[in-house]
Design a protein around this ligand. Structure first.
Ligand SMILES: CC(C)(COP(=O)(O)OP(=O)(O)OC[C@H]1O[C@@H](n2cnc3c(N)ncnc32)[C@H](O)[C@@H]1OP(=O)(O)O)[C@@H](O)C(=O)NCCC(=O)NCCS
Length: 430
């Protein structure tokens, strides 16, 4: 079975505080956030930037002006210009893909030092024109006379002038993530109370982790340009004062009549960036660096989006475990991305089901039981936020740091993603 030998080290990870989109980072782009986190990561790691051989970054809603944001980050942070960079778009698995691709480069011996992560600003999404109107603009730009230019707009109707914004919807099913999560909640019988309880746990734990300084090692301070008057030290989405009663009062958003998914038990629209520095174990050792963890194995999977869209992790997990030659019982720290409480609880239900194992995975035994209270010890995406392109780097960093704090040997990350995809990454402490 495949695993990294020699190992790939996660030297350390860092993120900006995450913020509700349209708030403290509303004037910033994904590029601004990505540059900040990379610049500070390099500084905190104390490495010579000349050592870096590749920069790989996830970004889900790219800017049409700078689509290869990874290379822009290299050029915009003063890193040596000879460092290539490429951008990964794999929905919410993007930063995980950036990190595992970086690990692959190191494993093959093509590089020994790579920066990988992701960034997202949902405050700065591209607003498009309708096809009719953009066709007319292109035609007009090619006309020489004023009459010709004006004539290009003859077929444009008033409704064509309405802005076209990116939707968080599957192009195949036409359903938003929230509608897909509603479908999962209904099919799996995940109650509103169970979802709200899980959301409450996320907020309570994130608030406690912030309060006791646990995030200091992985969250930087952002002094927001261009005025440099606002200082952001912590995530601004955590609601430590959440109560079950307060959550229960919220109206369902995606199925107003029969639904159970609310703003309280969903991950919110978020701005933020996160990155890790990867090195070969040999190089880290030679430099006297003690990495926060090692990548042991990973697996990606995809399922039919018309089935239960956000169950991808269930299919990735057994493969990643097999590649690591481990079972769920060996894992000490588990972090599951919380797109929605209903999705986490559905993933856990399927992972524990022998019937699902037989019918969907072609396996005789269930993957294993996961106690929802045993995961996400410092909160998850519901409370901390979920900048799509960055979340994988946040979670991988958190698992490594949790292993350091608890002394556990093995950690697990699972992340669901649009398109029916999912990833599982197995990490180890030393
Ligand atoms: C669910 C969603 C539509 C809510 O957006 P929103 O309406 O802007 O959310 P808000 O933060 O304004 O919250 C709505 C209300 O819930 C309340 N609320 C949110 N969390 C709460 C909590 N933990 N406790 C109590 N109230 C809460 C807010 O105070 C607000 O109340 P108000 O209307 O009285 O001000 C949006 O976050 C979303 O689309 N999330 C899903 C993102 C997604 O699909 N991600 C992909 C996953 S892979």
């Amino acid at each position: 079975m495949w695993q990294y030998t020699p190992r790939v080290a996660v030297v350390r990870g860092l993120r900006t505080p995450f913020a509700k989109s349209g708030t403290v980072y509303s004037a910033l782009t994904s590029l601004d956030l990505g540059k900040m986190v990379v610049a500070e990561l390099v500084q905190r790691c104390g490495i010579d930037p000349n050592e870096v051989q590749e920069l790989i970054f996830g970004n889900v809603i790219p800017s049409v002006k700078a689509p290869n944001i990874a290379r822009e980050i290299v050029l915009g942070t003063g890193l040596p210009k000879r460092i290539p960079g490429y951008t990964v778009g794999k929905a919410c698995d993007s930063a995980a893909q950036a990190i595992t691709s970086g690990a692959d480069l190191i494993f093959r011996g093509y590089a020994d030092t790579v920066i990988a992560g992701g960034t997202e600003s949902l405050s700065d999404i591209p607003i498009l024109f309708s096809k009719n109107f953009s066709d007319a603009l292109v035609t007009a730009s090619k006309q020489k006379s004023v009459g010709g230019k004006l004539g290009s707009f003859r077929k444009v109707k008033l409704k064509d002038l309405a802005p076209d914004t990116p939707a968080i919807a599957e192009s195949t099913t036409g359903l938003t993530m929230g509608q897909s999560a509603e479908k999962m909640a209904k099919e799996n019988g995940i109650t509103r109370e169970a979802q709200d309880r899980f959301a409450l746990q996320s907020h309570t734990r994130a608030a406690a982790a912030t309060e006791n300084g646990r995030f200091k090692e992985e969250v930087m301070t952002v002094v927001v340009p261009p005025k440099y008057e606002t200082v952001v030290e912590t995530d601004n989405l955590i609601r430590g004062d959440s109560t079950l009663e307060g959550l229960a009062k919220l109206k369902p958003v995606f199925d107003r009549k029969y639904g159970t998914i609310t703003a309280g038990n969903s991950s919110p629209l978020t701005d933020g960036a996160a990155a890790v520095l990867l090195m070969s174990e040999e190089k880290a050792k030679a430099a006297g660096i003690k990495p926060i963890g090692f990548i042991k194995s990973y697996a990606y999977a995809a399922i039919d989006p018309f089935d239960q869209l956000l169950q991808g992790p269930v299919f990735a997990l057994p493969v990643a475990l097999e590649r690591a030659k481990l079972t769920l019982k060996d894992i000490n720290v588990i972090e599951m991305h919380e797109a929605f409480a209903a999705q986490v609880l559905s993933n856990i239900q399927w992972m524990g089901s022998k019937k699902i194992a037989k019918e969907k995975l072609g396996r005789d035994e269930a993957i294993g039981d996961i106690d929802p209270e045993a995961i996400n010890r410092t909160g998850g995406s519901i409370a901390l936020g979920h900048p799509f392109g960055a979340t994988g780097a946040r979670i991988i960093t958190t698992v490594c740091n949790e292993l350091q704090h608890t002394g556990g040997q093995y950690g697990l990350v699972t992340i669901c993603a649009a398109g029916g995809m999912g990833v599982a990454v197995v990490l180890e402490r030393e």
